[in-house]
Design a protein around this ligand. Structure first.
Ligand SMILES: Nc1ncnc2c1ncn2[C@@H]1O[C@H](COP(=O)(O)OP(=O)(O)O)[C@@H](O)[C@H]1O
Ligand SMILES: [Mg+2]
Length: 428
């Protein structure tokens, strides 16, 4: 028998198919049993959600590709009941605000065109169900005027950002106080609209309203993510931060002189947008062409003056994962670990492995090195889940070279990383 979460997702997928909207059939992904989540003690007095995209590299070290915030998808693959824990965690984090407000909205934003739309809609329904256990709550999109109680609004980043204003640092949606926002990429959209200001990596707004909580700035500061990895068991990647194209160019060349391939990433991008890979023998014309494409792609995807939000661009050492066997070929991969921080506790769930769609033979073609491209044919061919069964790695995990001992190291490393991030992000 299907549980109600899976039914919710199937229903969303049916509706999307009827409307001919491309999407991933997330309801069909394998999920772990009840012992798929690891709970550890944690020094925190509040809530935050992050998702760590990890690899195990060819030398057996753990690297962090990036740490995501409440924009991340594919988390429903990490637990038998999908995103129930994530949805309840978001409502718990918003608890004091919801209790203080007679009328409020909870915003769940997604990147337009995302393949994960069915999963996101199912999660929004779970958030609505959790709130409506206590008080009236409806589930709407941005074309509908919120009602008298609580409304959960699920829509694209741009359509939600278009309705937001800021007063005394607090967010209002159509003039109604906002109790919670899932998706930190709403902030760069508001920066482009001139609604939120920035001090370097710090956004001048009420960051606490985001499900990311006090980790919001860190979710976009991928250089800080590597700094925080020091001493956690995650081997930090070399990085350089660049304020303009000229310094990006110099940074790529500096990596090349060290014999390193590199990856450039725009600030506040997602879904593989504004990401470029630079090989050791790329000549200067190729480097310049790739940098120009990074800016062009960012401009194409994001509305408004993208130069306000895309800088700094950060360059990272390229981290090559173990080779994951797929038929006769081998693919690069990364693994998503959802981390739900709550007072005194951290819950880690192993969501899935994403394989790059094309095989890896050494060259840095995008299909061989980029595992997450919004707009690729939205199927689940490159997803592997469940990763953990009864506390032990499944075959999916073992094929990436992660056995019991490495899984234990990953648990410790994620816990330490989250703790150092939490401690470093003390609210001002
Ligand atoms: N340092 C790295 N080394 C090798 N591949 C990387 C690195 N960083 C990212 N990637 C690849 O690029 C993809 C997109 O990068 P990511 O930082 O996750 O950006 P996005 O914000 O678009 O998700 C990753 O899923 C991974 O496949
Ligand atoms: Mg990513």
């Amino acid at each position: 028998m299907h549980d109600h979460v899976q039914l919710l997702m199937m229903l969303a997928e049916l509706a999307l198919r009827a409307g001919q909207v491309p999407h991933e059939a997330a309801s069909r992904v394998g999920r772990p049993g009840p012992a798929g989540t690891v709970r550890v003690p944690f020094r925190a007095d509040g809530y935050a959600v992050v998702g760590m995209d990890l690899i195990v590299n060819v030398n057996g070290q753990i690297n962090l590709c990036e740490c995501n915030g409440s924009n991340m998808a594919a988390t429903s693959f990490g637990a038998p009941d999908g995103d129930v824990a994530r949805a309840e965690h978001q409502v718990a984090a918003a608890g004091p605000r919801l209790a203080a407000l007679a009328r409020a909205v909870v915003l769940i934003a997604y990147a337009a065109g995302t393949g994960a739309i069915a999963e996101i809609m199912a999660r929004a329904a779970l958030v609505c169900a959790r709130i409506s256990a206590e008080r009236p709550c409806d589930l709407i999109d941005a074309s509908v005027v919120p009602g008298a109680g609580v409304s959960v609004v699920v829509d694209s980043v741009e359509r939600i950002a278009a309705q937001l204003s800021l007063a005394d640092g607090r967010f209002f949606y159509q003039g109604i106080p906002v109790a919670s926002i899932a998706n930190p990429n709403v902030v760069p959209a508001l920066v482009r609209r001139g609604i939120v200001g920035r001090d370097g990596p710090h956004y001048r707004c009420d960051t606490d309203v985001f499900h990311d909580g006090r980790l919001l700035d860190v979710v976009h500061d991928k250089a800080a993510q590597q700094r925080l990895a020091q001493g956690t068991g995650i081997t930090p990647l070399a990085w350089r931060e660049c304020g303009d194209l000229k310094s990006c160019f110099a940074a790529v060349l500096a990596f090349q002189r060290q014999g390193l391939r590199s990856v450039g990433k725009m600030n506040g991008g997602s879904g593989g947008c504004g990401i470029e890979f630079f090989d050791i023998d790329d000549d200067e014309v190729t480097v310049a062409r790739k940098l120009a494409r990074m800016e062009r792609d960012a401009r194409r995807k994001y509305e408004g003056p993208v130069e306000r939000s895309m800088w700094p661009v950060r360059l990272f050492e390229f981290a090559q994962s173990t080779l994951y066997p797929v038929g006769d070929a081998h693919h690069l991969w990364d693994m998503r670990v959802q981390c739900l921080i709550r007072p005194g506790l951290l819950d880690l769930s192993f969501c899935g492995i994403r394989l790059c769609p094309g095989p890896f033979y050494g060259s840095l073609d995008r299909s061989s090195v980029l595992s997450n491209v919004t707009g690729r044919s939205p199927d689940l061919v490159t997803t592997r889940s469940p990763l953990v069964d009864n506390g032990r790695p499944t075959e999916h995990m073992r094929l990436g070279g992660v056995g019991e001992a490495k899984l234990g190291e990953i648990v410790v490393a994620c816990t330490r990383w989250c703790q150092s991030a939490w401690d470093a992000c003390e609210p001002t």
